[in-house]
Write a new protein. Structure first.
Length: 344
């Protein structure tokens, strides 16, 4: 099983220095590079301080200048917000500037609030149609001239300038729904999954969807199956409590965005009061500690071994969860020193 790092430029309050956030993010990516992580992933989000990522290719180009081996993943671009020629060129430029380290991830977005601003009138549940039209067009543009007359984009003959350095850029599809698993498997794309805060049974259901899609559509499927979890490794009670407090605070804001409850003021979502979410496994501390990749190094190794046994090819260590920067670095260093050697 390989290890990936997912990290955002993240501000939980207006008092947090943007320069410190910037520098911290790069430091975490450099730590992952030196430790042998396979991929560092940058997201795409808009008008939200908790995930500052208006263009993942900017972030990845910056990371490329300060790293040596780690691959650089868009995790993920929202197809509906882009034009195919623009997206193909941005991604190919990153591949060129990084010396062929691009991992191209694409998906259907998460928050209706973003669609209401970036693509007014589009329902998030319908955005997979944009992704399924976009991806083959981008791949065609990387190869040469193509004319396109689709449902969502139309343009005369054009190509991507520049072209990617890699002959075949690895493609990743963010998948939860069965229809997206079918699409990824049929086209032999790698799969990124995220069980959110649900138990490992949710991940098992994703793996079942993958196997069902393979049996029906592509028995020779060779793509990778990865999953992402918020991760905190700790060896003191203080760091344990800090991690649980941070993730609960983030989930209260996440609940605002997912349920469209509460305002977002100057980029900061109002938290949904945790008292309104009592009994919900997504915020109960005991359930969070069990379901997420939280625990001592030994506990995290045990959890990861079960993921490996399930057939997970890559684990995405999701570092951004509102946790203090020093705590984040301590957690990542413990993961590097005491968890990764068990999977060497």
């Amino acid at each position: 099983m390989k290890f990936h790092l997912a990290i955002n430029l993240e501000r939980m309050t207006a008092q947090t220095s943007m320069a410190e956030v910037r520098d911290h993010t790069l430091e975490m990516v450099k730590m992952a590079d030196h430790a042998g992580f396979e991929v560092a992933w940058a997201a795409e989000h808009h008008a939200l301080e908790m995930t500052i990522a208006p263009n993942p290719f900017q972030l990845m180009t910056w990371w490329a200048d300060h790293t040596e081996n780690i691959r650089l993943g868009a995790g993920v671009v929202n197809a509906a917000y882009w034009h195919p020629i623009n997206l193909a060129g941005e991604a190919a430029m990153l591949d060129l500037l990084s010396g062929g380290r691009l991992e191209f991830g694409i998906g259907s977005g998460a928050y209706q609030r973003e669609f209401d601003r970036m693509k007014p009138g589009l329902d998030q549940k319908d955005s997979y149609k944009y992704m399924q039209e976009m991806l083959p067009v981008v791949q065609a543009l990387w190869k040469g001239d193509v004319e396109h007359n689709g449902a969502y984009w139309q343009f005369p003959k054009a190509t991507s300038c520049p072209k990617p350095v890699q002959q075949d850029v690895p493609v990743w599809v963010a998948a939860r729904a069965p229809i997206t698993y079918d699409y990824a498997v049929e086209n032999n794309h790698n799969i990124m999954s995220w069980p959110l805060t649900m138990p490992i049974s949710e991940l098992e259901s994703y793996k079942d969807r993958l196997e069902d899609s393979k049996a029906r559509l592509n028995p020779n499927y060779t793509g990778k199956f990865t999953t992402m979890r918020h991760t905190a490794v700790y060896n003191t009670e203080a760091d344990r409590q800090a991690a649980l407090s941070a993730i609960r605070a983030v989930l209260s804001q996440f609940g605002n965005l997912m349920m469209q409850r509460g305002a977002v003021e100057n980029g900061f979502p109002d938290p949904v009061p945790l008292t309104e979410l009592e009994g919900n496994a997504r915020v109960d501390p005991a359930m969070l500690e069990e379901n997420l990749m939280f625990g001592s190094p030994e506990e995290v190794v045990t959890k990861l071994k079960s993921y490996e046994a399930l057939g997970v090819d890559g684990f995405l260590y999701y570092a951004s969860m509102g946790l203090g920067m020093e705590n984040q670095k301590r957690s990542l260093q413990l993961f590097i020193d005491e968890v990764m050697p068990e999977f060497a």
